[in-house]
Ligand binder design. Sequence first.
Ligand SMILES: Nc1ncnc2c1ncn2[C@@H]1O[C@H](COP(=O)(O)OP(=O)(O)OP(=O)(O)O)[C@@H](O)[C@H]1O
Length: 268
Amino acid sequence: MQSTRTSRGPDLSLYEVSRRFGGIQAVDNVSLEIAAGCLVALVGLSGSGKSTLLKMINRLIEPDSGKILIAGDDVTTTDPHIVRRKIGYVFQNIGLFPHMTIGCNIAIGLELAGEDGRVDRVMELLDLVELPQEMASRMPDQLSGGQQQRVGVARALATRPKLMLMDEPFGALDPVTRDSLGTQYKALHEKLGLTTIIVTHDMAEALYLADRILVMEDGQIKADATPAELLSGQAGDEAEALVAIPRAQAKYFHDLGHDPDQNQSEQP
Ligand SMILES: Nc1ncnc2c1ncn2[C@@H]1O[C@H](COP(=O)(O)OP(=O)(O)OP(=O)(O)O)[C@@H](O)[C@H]1O
């Protein structure tokens, strides 16, 4: 797989990053290294700090303290617009502009960046996310939820970012569509040589998609393990509690051919 990559996404380093909201310590002194080209799943119960951590990386939320480096560049001292231009961001209910065609929605970032050749690029992006090119002229309400999320991925990839942050990207979809979009996104991650962090509530999704799984609780990373380590119970009590329920579900995916051990062997 790796031989088809043109280049790899950036590496990422977080040093003692914290953020408080009033009396709530949403993120508590998190330090973390993510290797270039890694697909990392960030899991944990609701309110554990996953979205806050993700949004500090693209500066939608400012940390109270700590440092975040993307490929060695300190995002906390870089203009937020410049930081965001290099990062693709996909979130649940992607928020397409309802009065604009799909093509215009995908091209927004390209237009802001003043890029030429936008029509060709939109067609290329529709191919990439496996949507028919004729959809460029449709309006968002003429697409299914799954198709809209694909448009969201295309829009996030338009300016060729190498780092993708995805916050419950397929959370609102039915399980079958969700599984298929997740698998297709993993293939895109490999093909484009991206670094990806994906927040998910679905442990089974994390187990079959990710190279590495981070478990958050009370604003801290309580476990950091490969899918195989999590499945074999080597990642500690917090992880074990989260894994116990979907373990049977993951074994089912495993039997269908999504082998978490293969993820581990591809880890950079
Ligand atoms: N803008 C805000 N103002 C006040 N409190 C906030 C704000 N954003 C987040 N919080 C609080 O910080 C904590 C962490 O929230 P965060 O959204 O990061 O958790 P999460 O793990 O992503 O949750 P979920 O899985 O439900 O999306 C929560 O207690 C939340 O209520």
